[in-house]
Design a protein around this ligand. Structure first.
Ligand code: HEM
Length: 383
């Protein structure tokens, strides 16, 4: 362990595996507990062969990822991914000008296509390929190039800015697309299932949501489209439901590992260059003081002001903070909101009697997934 890391507080893990055994499941909760009860907001934990600096609470994460973004925007080497990635793609790409270029492409590209929703079609089409990285996707890139350039998807967007990409650029695009598909599909699905489950387990919230949809969307020809466009600002409670679900169960509760590019410090604790840094987003969402008195209760009303308008909180950060934060939030909000409205405007949904006592803690491994559950749908108006 680097001399400077030795100065940081942290548990004495079992040699070789370190604290990994205590962290195999729900590591976000264990790490937050350790921060609260033992070590404070910045401490070090041995996970397998790596020492990881864990940041807990909004203040520490904000200081590292925003105020000191440049130093914290590296990615900690993930060997198992690097075997085929070789520093390509976006997720595990080191911080450099190539990452900057692809990040801008992904950000602007998603911005460009999100209104047309074409990305959904695109993601659907290539979902089956998501485990066959590289070669399959490269084929897809070529195939899409041959189609006329009238559609609005990301590949078309890429070729619009670069009519004659060389082999390296085409390969780069394939890996970035692979990352976007991987990043976008499993996370969004898990997050949507949490929305569904929290509403099913909280019938009062479900009734209030449906009443709001009935009132605000009553005169709309296409209620779902209106909900994500001109009526969006009026759907305060619906937005609060989504926000509260993100808070209660962020599907990537400890984000991805960052790496420090220089010696630095967070909240006065020294952190040397090349350290792995983990932002424990869960600890922001479940901060006892900020969400007092009931951080563990699903209560969308906490995101409404006295007049009933939705209020955004800086303590709901499911996409991380700073330069390496997720590129998908806008798309995710749009997608989840559209699906939520689509289901609850048109159907009454019920949890199967076998699942009424479902474990709401979920299953926490790489992602925080809800357990499987069954529902019944009954139409509440003509579809
Ligand atoms: C509920 C859905 C999602 C959640 C909760 C989520 C959350 C996150 C988090 C926590 C990170 C790590 C941030 C950090 O390192 O500090 C991340 C990174 C990333 N996400 Fe998402 N994500 C979601 C959906 C998506 C979607 C739909 C896309 C794209 C279509 C996407 C693309 C990415 C990419 C490319 C990165 C890596 C960014 C970089 O390293 O520069 N994510 N996401």
């Amino acid at each position: 362990m680097s001399e400077e890391l030795k100065d940081l507080p942290g548990p004495w893990g079992i040699p070789v595996f370190g604290s990994l055994l205590s962290l195999t499941t729900f590591k976000e909760k264990t790490l937050m507990k350790w921060a609260e009860e033992n070590y404070g907001p910045v401490f070090v934990v041995r996970m397998g062969s790596a020492n990881v600096v864990v940041l807990n609470g909004y203040e520490a994460i904000q200081e590292a990822m925003c105020s000191k973004a440049q130093v914290h925007s590296g990615r900690f080497e993930a060997l198992m991914f690097d075997v085929y990635r070789e520093d390509r793609g976006l997720f595990f790409k080191q911080y450099d000008h190539v990452w900057e270029k692809w990040r801008k492409f992904a950000h602007d590209g998603l911005e460009h296509v999100w209104e047309t929703l074409k990305i959904t079609r695109f993601l659907d089409r290539v979902k089956e390929n998501r485990n066959k990285f590289g070669i399959k996707l490269l084929g897809l890139v070529d195939e899409r190039m041959d189609e006329q350039r009238k559609s609005q998807d990301l590949v078309t967007y890429f070729y619009r800015g670069n009519q004659q990409p060389n082999a390296e650029e085409r390969e780069g695009l394939a890996f970035v697309l692979a990352d976007l598909i991987q990043a976008g599909t499993t996370t969004s699905t898990a997050q949507f299932l949490w929305v569904l489950l929290f509403l099913l387990k909280n019938p009062d919230s479900m009734t209030r949501l449906q009443e709001e949809l009935d009132t605000v969307l009553s005169d709309c020809d296409d209620p779902v489209e209106s909900a994500i466009t001109q009526k969006y600002d009026e759907l305060n409670f619906s937005r609060a439901v989504l926000e509260e679900t993100f808070r209660m169960r962020p599907v990537a509760p400890t984000g991805l590992l960052h790496q420090t590019l220089n010696d630095t410090s967070v909240m006065g604790f020294k952190i040397p260059q090349n350290s792995a840094v983990m932002p424990n987003l869960w600890s922001v969402h479940h901060d006892k003081h900020h969400w007092s008195p009931d951080p563990e209760v699903f209560r969308p009303e906490r995101h409404l002001d006295e007049s009933g308008s939705f209020k955004k909180s800086n303590h709901v950060v499911p996409f991380g903070l700073g330069w390496r934060s997720c590129v998908g939030p806008k798309l995710v909000h749009l997608n989840l909101f559209a699906h939520m409205v689509n289901i609850f405007h048109y159907y009454d949904v019920k949890l199967s009697p076998n699942d009424v006592n479902i474990d709401m803690a979920g299953i926490s491994t790489t992602l925080l997934n809800p357990p499987p559950f069954k529902v019944t749908f009954n139409p509440r108006r003509k579809v």
